[in-house]
Design a protein around this ligand. Structure first.
Ligand code: FEO
Ligand code: CA
Length: 670
């Protein structure tokens, strides 16, 4: 049994598996959509860029990149000199800035951790060392000046072909070389890292190795609590945990968030890929015939069989432990100030492939958490707490235990309806298979289907800021022309787009909002792409596949990208872009940092003083390296496309957190 052989590496399998079409046929032509959407408000707000102009007026409205540069319109609110796009073995940053490698896969995290030895990695070492594929990065300050703090980093997944000597892609060989020891190293390299860091007099950051706060959270051995309406439900009970309230580990932690009360949220994304079955059909795919949970499993794509952990740990085998899969796909809350406290999986926020979990305190004191379900044709969700933020951390840590989860319907007139996922309301009844709120939350996707949520082009990070919410929609090449809707207006959406919500009166708990398309990604110089940018965007500044984002202290939006194996369609590595959202410059993008070949860029996270920016370079040397002409093949441990960041013989590429500061210590891009 293999993962899908058409993909070069795990990252590509991950992308492709985000694909369970469940959308309704909306029957819109793209012309209908453009007429409805670009006839009015976008023009009035001055946001009409190249792509929309092309759609409305034909390709002669397109500006070339050089014309756009010469035009120079758009307020230069981001003060830095844009770098050139491209792709090579290392990273690049805007002039006048430093990019310091702070933490690499294998770096010691706790006192007594061994130094990294890539030829002799062990489970015990990995449990004390920085994990693999750093995605989310958050920072919780420990002093008023913000010169000390706790860094919280997610470790999303592992790439065995560049982690272990002599192994290669194991999914292509039925996991033949994947021993229990290697599987457990993978499990220990997943999860999260909480580590104290400090800024020295020279402005450089370093790890405080003997801090009592330092800890690794893993898929292998970290005990977690389950709370909320689904906790203890029979579908959450397993042989090891008859209570249905305790679970070991967390899986595929992609993005996340720092709550207003200073805890760290880890989003469990592609959890389905870690589950296993021995029951296969004639094509070698999981055979769910006769499985009483087949509808749920199918809707979540489980078991995905991307890892063979289920051969060594029966809890990941759905034939042997059918409910374990229900205990993943949640938002996990971690108190980074209390290493002894159990992380908590909050079932009130629903179970789906959570990309992230960014929150905001609403005007009435309730906390609102936004989260995208990153799969093609899946949905945007919002959680509103029942209680209000008090300022007492222990009390606030109960806010995610109770509240209302809703899913978004984007109407073609630019309005949005939040539809509550509440048992007994509308179709969410026993007649449709939902016996209570636990069923609604465990099968949030099935519930959202029945409510008629809008199928989106892979919702990634969702970032609230003020009365706005930025929604990254990374791409969806499987959307057919008759499946477009106003909020997802391009068929075969290769390059993605960004939707901006405006909540009425700043009320993030309101039942409705308005929405606009901020940019449609891709090359504005190619009419067929149908991109939408402010014409001031240069040939280096436009991007594709927005993934993570951050809003800095000045309220400015920054986007990091993940094109996966598709980077060859743009000729650009992934990177960090500064995107104007206001005034005449709205829709103008500038390239600030770019990744080495084969990497995606995650983070980003700014400290409150805006003098430090944390970036996470994930899976360097792996993604799309066949299209990288100087290399042109798949990477292995012995033969990687880059040895970033060490560039030492024998040292494989290492996912790393990068700290960006200005050489003169000033505020970034100011
Ligand atoms: Fe893990 Fe949706 O990126
Ligand atoms: Ca992501």
């Amino acid at each position: 049994m293999t993962r899908d052989d058409e993909f070069c590496n795990k990252a590509q399998a991950f992308e492709a598996a985000d694909d369970i079409p469940t959308h309704a046929h909306l029957g819109n032509t793209i012309g209908d959509v453009i007429n409805r959407r670009f006839g009015r408000r976008d023009l009035l707000r001055g946001a009409l860029g190249v792509g929309a102009a092309t759609a409305l007026f034909g390709s002669t409205a397109i500006l070339s990149a050089s014309e756009a540069r010469a035009g120079g319109q758009g307020a230069a609110r981001f003060r830095f000199d844009e770098i050139a796009s491209g792709n090579d073995e290392t990273h690049h940053i805007a002039p006048g800035y430093r990019a310091q490698i702070l933490l690499r896969w294998g770096d010691p995290i706790t006192a007594g951790a061994p130094e990294f030895d890539p030829l002799n990695q062990s489970v015990e070492a990995q449990k004390k060392q920085f994990g693999y594929n750093n995605d989310y990065v958050g920072f919780v300050p420990l002093d008023a000046e913000g010169t000390r703090g706790v860094l919280c980093v997610n470790h999303e997944y592992t790439n065995e072909e560049v982690m272990f000597p002599g192994l290669g892609r194991q999914d292509k060989v039925a996991f033949a070389g994947m021993t229990r020891e290697l599987a457990e190293i993978e499990m220990a390299a997943h999860g999260g890292t909480v580590v104290e860091i400090a800024r020295g007099a020279d402005g450089q950051w370093s790890v405080v190795l003997d801090s009592p706060l330092n800890r690794r959270i893993t898929a292998l051995d970290t005990l977690m609590a389950i709370d909320g309406p689904a906790a203890g439900h029979p579908r959450m009970q397993t042989t090891a945990d008859p209570s249905g309230t305790r679970v070991i580990g967390t899986l595929n932690n992609c993005a996340g968030g720092i709550t207003p009360w200073g805890t760290y949220l880890m989003a469990e994304e592609n959890f389905h890929g870690y589950f296993w079955t021995s029951k296969l059909d004639f094509e070698g795919k999981p055979d769910l015939g006769g499985n009483p949970a087949a509808a749920s499993l199918k809707r979540y794509g489980a078991p995905g069989m991307w890892y063979n952990w289920g051969q060594h740990h029966p809890r990941f085998d759905i034939d042997r432990e059918p409910n374990e899969v229900n205990r993943f796909g949640w938002i996990v809350e971690v108190d980074p100030m209390d290493p002894a406290a159990l992380p908590v999986k909050h079932t009130a926020l629903g179970r789906f492939r959570h990309e992230g979990a960014e929150s905001i305190v609403n005007g009435d004191g309730r906390v609102v958490v936004y989260s995208g379900d990153d799969a093609r044709f899946d949905y945007l969700y919002r959680f509103v707490s029942a209680g209000k933020v008090t300022g007492d951390k222990a009390a606030d840590m109960r806010l995610l235990s109770e509240g209302e989860l809703s899913v978004a319907r984007f109407n073609d007139d630019g309005t949005l309806d939040w539809m509550p996922l509440v048992h007994g309301q509308g179709p969410l009844t026993a007649a449709n298979g939902f016996d209570g709120q636990a069923d609604v939350l465990i099968d949030a996707r099935l519930a959202a289907d029945l409510l008629g949520a809008t199928p989106m082009d892979r919702p990634e990070d969702v970032q609230p800021a003020g009365d706005r919410v930025y929604v990254m929609l990374t791409n969806n090449t499987r959307r057919k022309p008759d499946q477009v809707n106003a909020a997802n207006p391009r068929p075969e959406n290769t390059f993605g787009h960004i939707v901006e919500l405006t909540v009425p009166g700043g009320d993030h708990a309101a039942a409705h909002a308005r929405w606009d398309i901020l940019v449609k990604c891709g090359d504005p110089a190619v009419a067929e792409v149908g991109a939408l940018w402010n014409p001031a965007t240069t040939g280096h500044g436009w991007f594709a596949s927005p993934d993570n984002c951050a809003v800095d202290a000045d309220g400015r939006l920054w986007i990091s990208t993940d094109q996966g194996s598709g980077w060859g369609k743009t000729g650009k590595s992934d990177g960090l872009y500064a995107l104007e959202t206001e005034g005449e410059g709205r829709g103008t993008s500038k390239l600030f940092f770019r990744c080495p070949v084969g990497a995606e860029l995650c983070g980003p996270y700014f400290t409150a003083d805006q003098r430090t920016l944390f970036l996470a370079v994930q899976h360097p040397g792996t993604d799309g390296t066949k299209d990288y002409a100087p290399f042109g093949r798949e990477s292995t441990f012995e033969d990687p496309a880059t040895r970033w960041p060490d560039f030492r013989d024998g040292m494989p590429p290492r996912p790393s957190v990068v700290v960006v500061t200005r050489e003169d210590g000033g505020r970034i891009a100011s």
